[in-house]
Write a protein that binds this ligand. Structure first.
Ligand code: ADP
Ligand code: ADP
Length: 230
């Protein structure tokens, strides 16, 4: 069965309809592209799935269970992790502390020795091929590309079963690094929703692609069947 099942999701901001009647399923190990012009509703859908906004209408299911996350921690507990386009890292905290922030048990972080947090962060970054970002550095002192990599590693940590990547290559110099991370996630069975406006990336990574227009799903088909004017 499907890992993720959205049924007739709707969301308004005042008079603006951001999402209307959007239904979508994700299968295990599937990489599904999500395309749409600015304002189409892509970020709102990601935020609904991440517990950042609550849909007005419709239902969500993860692994067959009703899914109503109240925040990103809640979403994490269901195995739904997100790398946000606007990056959700705290600039005044270190890379290491940022990596730990959305993990369960964060309320006890102050009890863990700073050195241990940094050692573990270093190991996790290294496991993802990142050796040029010292864990003790403040996120605010990193380049945008580095921040985006930390944001992505944070989402990958603890092998989520649903991975939401919102414009993950916006600031990245090294797209192949990201593609390798996506392949690793699929390797552990994750389903990936890949939000992008770059058709070449969607063609390269995704088997299926969903297109939103004015908050509505206007297309949901195999990428191979997509023509250039879609
Ligand atoms: P996309 O990510 O595809 O660019 P969004 O989900 O950001 O689309 O936006 C969908 C619609 O909702 C747009 O019309 C946008 O202006 C509006 N919108 C998004 N966030 C807000 C908000 N916080 N308040 C009011 N309107 C919003
Ligand atoms: P920028 O610093 O220009 O915003 P990045 O942080 O993405 O962009 O990349 C900075 C440099 O680090 C680039 O030369 C890039 O090739 C290299 N780089 C990117 N990803 C990795 C990685 N996983 N491991 C080592 N080097 C990387």
């Amino acid at each position: 069965g499907s890992v993720l099942d959205l049924r007739a999701i709707g969301k308004r901001y005042g008079a603006t309809v951001a999402l209307q009647d959007v239904s979508l399923t994700l299968l295990p190990g599937e990489i599904c592209g999500l395309l749409g012009e600015n304002g189409a509703g892509k970020s709102t859908l990601v935020k609904a799935l991440s517990g950042v906004v609550t849909p007005d209408t419709g239902e969500m299911y993860v692994g067959g269970a009703p899914y109503r996350p109240r925040n990103v921690l809640d979403a994490r507990a269901f195995g739904v992790a997100t790398a946000f386009q606007e990056l959700s890292l705290v600039p005044t905290l270190s890379v290491a502390v940022n990596l730990f922030l959305p993990q369960p048990g964060i309320n006890r972080l102050h009890m863990i020795a700073r050195r241990r947090v940094e050692q573990e962060a270093k190991a996790i970054l290294g496991a993802h091929g990142i050796r040029d970002i010292p864990p003790a550095t403040l996120v605010g002192d990193l380049s945008l590309g580095m921040r985006q990599r930390v944001e992505i590693v944070r989402a990958l940590w603890r092998q989520p079963r649903i991975l939401l990547l919102d414009e993950p290559t916006a600031a990245l110099a090294d797209r192949d690094w990201l593609f390798a991370q996506v392949a690793a996630a699929v390797g552990w069975g994750a389903s990936v929703l890949y939000i992008s406006h770059k058709l070449d990336e969607v063609r390269r990574l995704c088997g299926r692609c969903v297109i939103l227009r004015n908050g509505r799903k206007v297309r949901d088909a195999a990428v191979a069947a997509m023509s250039d004017d879609d």
